[in-house]
Design a protein around this ligand. Structure first.
Ligand SMILES: [Zn+2]
Length: 297
């Protein structure tokens, strides 16, 4: 499942081709993905100009000039690629190889840029857990997928004060609170483990324990907010999560040594300077948590 940094990398790869372009035609090649396509899907998109390509949590949102929003989720195996003539590019970096088998090309958007350049944006999804839905004009913030989303972990709004306020009096383990999409939107298992390690906080301590009296910020909540933001920023900079090889938005095939400190590293030495701990794995709410029991308290 792509995590937030991968979705953001895809957005950054698609943005220069999509923003400002007009959708001249849409090929919808099947009636559904995880959900049926909206009624008159191709018809409603055709002729519209794309004003912006935004990301919220793990959703890509295409804002159209009539106020319509196209919400796209990549599911397990979805990917976009850009084609111009014969050339093809796949933005974003993924844990697993993405398919380019044309059998799984489910949507093709033909775009015309102001300068006359023509591009095709192709959505490919072998397992079809992804989906595309509309948010009617003015209805994006009230859309069932969007309305309960918490704060984005990438913006300036996420700081120690906000975390302390969100987690104040919460008895749930810190790990569970960090994965709660209504509190912070789009954080997945990998980056939650990494952020807790960076902040030297135990995944099993109660979420409320990082907040001060009356939900005031503490050294711990400040440290955790900084760790979340830096871990996400570093992953976006690296083009998504850990990969042996990946194709960047410009088509260069890169080699990226994965840089996780604890995630998927059970039994390895803790990489923190001066710590002689060993990375452990425990299961919380049915999912693996990786952490160092020596330096994370
Ligand atoms: Zn350690």
């Amino acid at each position: 499942m792509p995590e937030l940094p991968e979705v953001e990398t895809v957005r950054r790869g698609l943005q220069p081709f999509m923003e400002g372009a007009t959708i001249t035609a849409v090929e919808q090649r099947r009636p559904d993905l995880r959900f049926p396509f909206p009624d008159h899907f191709a018809e409603r998109l055709t002729g519209r100009r794309i004003e912006a390509l935004e990301r919220r949590a793990k959703y890509l949102i295409v804002h159209l000039d009539d106020g319509l929003g196209l919400i796209s989720h990549l599911g397990m195996s979805g990917s976009y690629r850009i084609e111009q003539g014969e050339a093809s590019d796949m933005p974003g970096a993924f844990h697993h190889d993405r398919s380019k088998n044309a059998l799984h090309d489910h949507v093709v958007m033909h775009l015309g840029a102001k300068d006359g350049t023509k591009n095709r944006i192709i959505y490919n999804d072998p397992r079809r857990f992804g989906f595309m839905l509309f948010a009617e004009p003015g209805g994006l913030n009230a859309h069932p997928l969007i309305k309960d989303l918490g704060t984005e972990p990438t913006g300036n709004r996420l700081d120690g004060s906000l975390l302390a306020k969100l987690f104040h009096n919460k008895a749930a383990p810190l790990k569970a609170a960090l994965l709660d999409q209504k509190l912070i939107a789009g954080l997945g298992n990998i980056y939650v483990c990494e952020a807790m390690w960076r902040a030297e906080l135990s995944p099993t301590r109660s979420a409320g324990s990082i907040a001060g009296e009356n939900g005031k910020a503490t050294v711990m909540s400040d440290r955790l907010a900084g760790a979340i933001r830096s871990v996400i920023a570093d992953a976006i900079k690296a083009g998504g999560s850990s990969l042996k090889d990946y194709r960047q938005a410009d088509g260069e095939l890169g080699y990226f040594q994965h840089s996780f400190s604890v995630y998927d590293r059970e039994g390895a030495a803790c990489p923190r300077d001066g710590c002689n701990g060993t990375v452990s794995r425990i299961v919380q709410s049915g999912r693996s948590t990786f952490y160092c029991p020596v330096c994370q308290h």
